[in-house]
Design a protein around this ligand. Structure first.
Ligand code: NAP
Length: 441
């Protein structure tokens, strides 16, 4: 502890959506937090880019000199809520090397530099906590690292990006197309001006890397995560999904699989997928997040709540801050990270998946059997086929649409099948190819 009054000195890096809520809660709940920790928390300084007086906090706390702030002798714990990867990485490393515990909400950083940061925390014997980096307020890191520490996790699947879930929920409930649902999300503050990180799945992939690392005791980075965005999901896909008893969600899936040689591997992947309406993730709507964990002894657990926003994210940051502060008071540190399993990453081609393929075809006899033959050549078994006639604006028949849903096969076999279908004369367009998750038939 940093001084004679037994205060725990805290530096908060960032005073934006999350940082301002962190500072507010520290001030407003000061006496409760002190009682829970066994010592009062004291904010020593707040790092920002623009130092001006009208920020709702005492002006003398503000600084743009992050390096100096994290190095102060009276700072015990650094809360990093500024993002992005740099300068946050440099500031966190400096803090850890100087023996300060760190709490961060920075998923982009944890998905690329967790190994380096964990090693620095290890050699300094301090805590590095990041509950807020995945699914905002929802406790999922601590349940995985602590509550399930004695169990074997086999799968973690979730909706971990509120922006895309809002857009997909809108498309499902209103029949809107992607562009207008995205515009609505922007107008309501759910989507950023540049939504690329969300809609192309980068944000979810960062979270999948963090979840897979923890669940399977293996270092997984963003680069290891197979990723597809959701910008091509159409209103027609939602109509077809409904007819099949499904909705469409952008999923982050982390799985332990055993390959044909008996080697255990980790698969981490992000893509839009059909989900049966009776699956627990199907009813997670709007900007909410949910994570379903399956463990050998525990069975299925579901975590649900607000995955973003200043106050919900600050709740997770405060939980970590209280833990780190308690550890300081007791003169120890929390459980260290465990990466002993070192499982290799499974390439996407190995992953057993069910597919939904939606294509426009020539409206003539024999088309269905030509299409079915391509599936059967690659031993991909068809579970369901739907065929509809299409009419043009004048009401004339102008072709047919076929929707095929397969049983489980490897992603490689299914990808080859789709490539072969695209080469068939009778197939005019492959409109969309989506996976079907939440059922293994
Ligand atoms: P934000 O509103 O943009 O705030 C960022 C804050 O950091 C601002 O106060 C900014 O200073 C400061 N900052 C940025 N770069 C800086 C630099 N180079 N030097 C000094 N200060 C700097 O961001 P946020 O939404 O609060 O998010 C913060 C972090 O939490 C990010 O890593 C984000 O991924 C993570 N997170 C956010 C949410 C959420 O719902 N917002 C949820 C989970 C995790 P100025 O105010 O002077 O510009």
């Amino acid at each position: 502890m940093s001084d004679a009054k037994n205060e725990i000195g805290v530096a908060v890096l960032g005073l934006g959506n999350v940082g301002s809520q962190v500072v507010r809660i520290i001030e407003e709940s000061a006496s409760d937090l002190a009682a829970r920790i066994g010592a009062p928390l004291k904010v020593r300084g707040i790092g920002v880019r623009r130092v001006d007086t009208d920020r709702g906090v005492p002006a003398d706390l503000l600084t743009d000199n992050i390096e100096e702030l994290v190095s102060r002798d009276d700072v015990d714990i650094v809360v990093e809520v500024m993002g992005p990867v740099e300068p946050a990485r440099k500031a966190i490393l400096a803090a850890l090397e100087q023996g300060k515990s760190v709490v961060t909400a920075n998923k982009a950083l944890m998905a690329v530099s967790a190994g380096e940061l964990a090693a620095a925390a290890e050699s300094a014997h301090v805590d590095l906590y990041f509950e807020a980096a995945v699914a905002g307020a929802i406790p999922v890191i601590r349940p995985l690292t602590q509550s399930l520490a004695g169990d074997t996790v086999v799968r973690v699947a979730g909706i971990v990006n509120g922006t895309t879930n809002y857009i997909l929920s809108e498309m499902d409930s209103t029949g809107a197309d992607y562009a207008s649902a995205l515009a609505d999300a922007g107008a309501l503050g759910y989507a950023e001006a540049d939504p690329t990180a969300d809609v192309e799945g980068f944000d979810a992939a960062a979270k999948a890397a963090i979840l897979a690392s923890i669940a399977f005791h293996t270092r997984v980075t963003s680069d290891d995560v197979y990723r597809e965005g959701m910008t091509k999901v159409s209103a027609a896909d939602f109509a077809s999904a409904r007819a099949l008893g499904c909705t469409i969600k952008l999923l982050a899936i982390c799985e332990r699989i055993t390959d044909n040689e008996g080697q255990e591997r980790v698969s981490a992947r992000v893509y839009p997928a059909l989900v049966p309406l009776e699956h627990p993730l199907a009813s997670v709507n709007g900007a909410f997040n949910a994570v379903v964990v399956e463990a050998e002894a525990a069975g299925r657990l579901m975590f649900y709540g607000q995955g973003a926003g200043g106050a919900p994210t600050a709740s997770a940051v405060l939980g970590d801050l209280v833990m780190a502060a308690r550890n300081r008071v007791q003169g120890g540190r929390g459980p260290r990270e465990s990466k002993y399993a070192k499982l290799p990453i499974a390439p996407i081609g190995l992953i057993p998946t069910r597919y939904y393929v939606n294509m426009n075809v020539a409206d003539r006899p024999g088309v269905l059997s030509a299409v079915a033959a391509e599936f059967s050549k690659r031993e991909v078994s068809i579970a369901e086929v739907r065929q509809e006639g299409m009419v043009d604006e004048g009401g004339q028949r102008c072709g047919a649409r076929i929707v095929v849903v397969t049983h489980q096969a490897t992603d490689a076999a299914l990808s080859e099948t789709v490539a072969a279908l695209a080469d068939l004369d009778v197939v005019q367009d492959i409109n969309s190819v989506l996976r079907l998750e939440g059922t293994t038939e």
